[in-house]
Design a protein around this ligand. Sequence first.
Ligand SMILES: NC(=O)c1ccc[n+]([C@@H]2O[C@H](COP(=O)([O-])OP(=O)(O)OC[C@H]3O[C@@H](n4cnc5c(N)ncnc54)[C@H](O)[C@@H]3O)[C@@H](O)[C@H]2O)c1
Length: 337
Amino acid sequence: MTHTITLIPGDGIGPEITDATVAVLEATGLSFDWDRQLGGMAAVDATGDPMPEATLASIGRTNLALKGPLTTPVGGGFRSVNVALRKAFALYANVRPAKTIVPGGRFDGIDIVLVRENLEGLYIGQERYVEVNGDPRGQAESVAVTRANCERVIRYAFDYAVRHGRKKVSLVHKANILKYTSGLFLEIGQEIAKEYEGRVACNDLIVDNAAMQLVLKPEQFDVIVTTNLFGDILSDEISGLVGGLGLAPGGNIGETAAIFEAVHGSAPDIAGQGLANPSALILAAAMMLDHIGEDAAADRVRRGLVATIVADGVRTRDLGGHASTAEFGRAVAARVA
Ligand SMILES: NC(=O)c1ccc[n+]([C@@H]2O[C@H](COP(=O)([O-])OP(=O)(O)OC[C@H]3O[C@@H](n4cnc5c(N)ncnc54)[C@H](O)[C@@H]3O)[C@@H](O)[C@H]2O)c1
């Protein structure tokens, strides 16, 4: 069976890390049909639009994309590409696994998956001014949560836990203060948790305590599910536990489409020099393989990457090594083949 996938190499280091990642995926022996499309500045240069219709149409056909980082054009009235993609394909869950790969860091044995609501809350800027005492901007309001989106993302987190053999889901909220806007999320989470009793344990934490517990006792966490803005902050904190963004993959999941990417940006400071670490995009590609049911190939990619870094000591400069992006990709591909 051939998997047809939209491939957006993106900007800056994007093309380099995409080439390395494609080499690793091809080494799995699976068959891929890559539909290469433009996004970001590369697309602005070619078409004047950072997310051209042709790219959206391709994802609409394949329902699956692997995306390099996109440089966000500053000014010029360009819409945010990532927000546009989330909206266009209703990518309601942002999934960010963080696992210790390089031992000996400040934290060891981290294995946490954060599931973040991706479509609403303070984060998306669906906001308005309300007149107060004749001042047209006397108050600013934002839509916090909806029942439908809370249910969808929380259910996704529990189903993810079941599918990946995980034991616990932690609901992270601020329901002690935000009785309605965060309270609704918690209430729905506790209802859904009952359906998974005996299969997946559930607890809840207030977000400020969760932030502290993550650095005090990270081993107590397994899967975390939370609302958009809390997830935005906690997911970077969790990436920090495993040494930063260089090894952090992410998936944006919708009912039909899904887009996988590295969490880091286009790193213009090192672009075109063969210095970039492709690991985050390779790990994102492994998440994509899981998503399409190619679990065995996904495991081989992850094990190949870890063996390359830890056992073989082949590392890019950011991890203290000398391998170029392409050399590192070839080393992982050789381990996977
Ligand atoms: N998902 C995305 O498309 C996405 C995400 C974040 C930032 N961006 C965009 O990327 C551009 C640059 O953003 P930034 O500089 O704030 O963040 P960045 O993540 O691109 O870079 C931050 C630092 O990390 C280093 N770095 C990042 N990825 C690396 C890798 N794979 N290997 C080695 N070093 C790496 C960079 O060299 C830089 O020093 C901006 O236009 C921003 O909007 C895009």
